[in-house]
Design a protein around this ligand. Structure first.
Ligand code: ATP
Length: 274
């Protein structure tokens, strides 16, 4: 489905920000990309959609090599990658429906989009996506009238309107409260499973990742240092990914043992560590 092989990236200096990264993602599989600040998570996401050029290695989506495409072929292939952003990236003065329809722009002739004459079929599909994310009552509202959670739902519907083969999701819950964060992660998970869409989610919240993703990839200094099931995230693995920390206890629980390690305690410690 998506295959990343021996991907490396250095910016201006010679230091490798991504160092020989290889992994495959299957249909419907949700990957949580975790790691400390500066580990290379955003760089990896941006290499996959070619917002930045990889230094070496290959990225293949459904058999098409993305890393050496001409700019016109690249535009065509980018349509197949739906992006969801931390800050939603909506056009605030446009309506919810218009924002969702903007996801189809790669498929609609320029003159039609300029005059907002989207084909009926695209409009009907947009209604379907808005229904799926629970926003049917807000179709004609301006984006700037929505809450953060509602804006992120529009971002998800817009990504779906692209009819993507892959979702790349950058910190989708970083601006949301804990309950809304869980609702958004649950929605992403349900949609990926329904549509058999693979997704890579750059996420700082380890508890959320553990709860909602199928597989976790841990990056440290540009290298994959962990690739496994969320249930395998124990103290040793967290130390490998993030560095040494007393993962097993919150400060007020000095006597607790490793056996008390719970997703909640991990989340508390990670919040303290960042
Ligand atoms: N455009 C750039 N030019 C030069 N160096 C960059 C550029 N973008 C990122 N870097 C460097 O690459 C490294 C990885 O950055 P990246 O943003 O990918 O990390 P990250 O894991 O996403 O971090 P965070 O969780 O803080 O967003 C960092 O050392 C950063 O300073």
């Amino acid at each position: 489905m998506l295959s990343i092989q021996h991907l490396s990236k250095s910016y201006k200096d010679t230091r490798l920000v991504l160092n020989d990264v290889s992994f495959d993602v299957q249909k419907g599989e949700i990957i949580g990309l975790i790691g400390p600040s500066g580990a290379g998570k955003s760089t990896l996401i941006r290499c996959i959609n070619r917002l930045i050029e990889p230094t070496s290695g290959s990225i293949t989506l459904e058999g098409i090599e993305l890393s050496h495409l001409s700019s016109s072929r690249l535009r065509e292939q980018r349509r197949r990658i739906g992006m969801i952003f931390q800050e939603y990236a909506l056009v605030e003065r446009l309506s919810v429906m218009e924002n969702v329809l903007s996801g189809t722009l790669g498929y609609v002739p320029f003159w039609r989009s300029f005059f907002c004459k989207f084909p009926q079929e695209k409009i009907e599909k947009a209604f379907g996506y808005l229904g799926r994310v629970g926003l049917m009552d807000h179709v004609n509202k301006r984006a700037d009238e929505l809450s953060g959670g509602q804006k992120q739902r529009v971002g998800i519907a817009r990504a779906l309107a692209q009819e993507p083969s892959l979702l790349l999701i950058d910190e989708p819950t970083a601006s949301l409260d804990p309950k809304t964060s869980r609702q958004i992660m649950r929605l992403i998970k349900e949609i990926c499973k329904e549509q058999q869409l693979p997704a890579i989610i750059n996420i700082h919240d380890v508890l959320l990742a553990q709860t909602f993703v199928d597989r976790i990839i841990g990056l440290n200094e540009g290298k994959i240092v962990f690739d496994g099931s969320p249930s395998e995230l124990n103290e040793a693995v967290l130390t490998t990914i993030y560095g040494k920390e007393e993962w097993q206890t919150a400060p007020q629980e000095k006597e607790a043992t490793v056996a008390t390690l719970t997703p909640e305690s991990i989340a508390v410690k990670l919040e303290l560590a960042v």
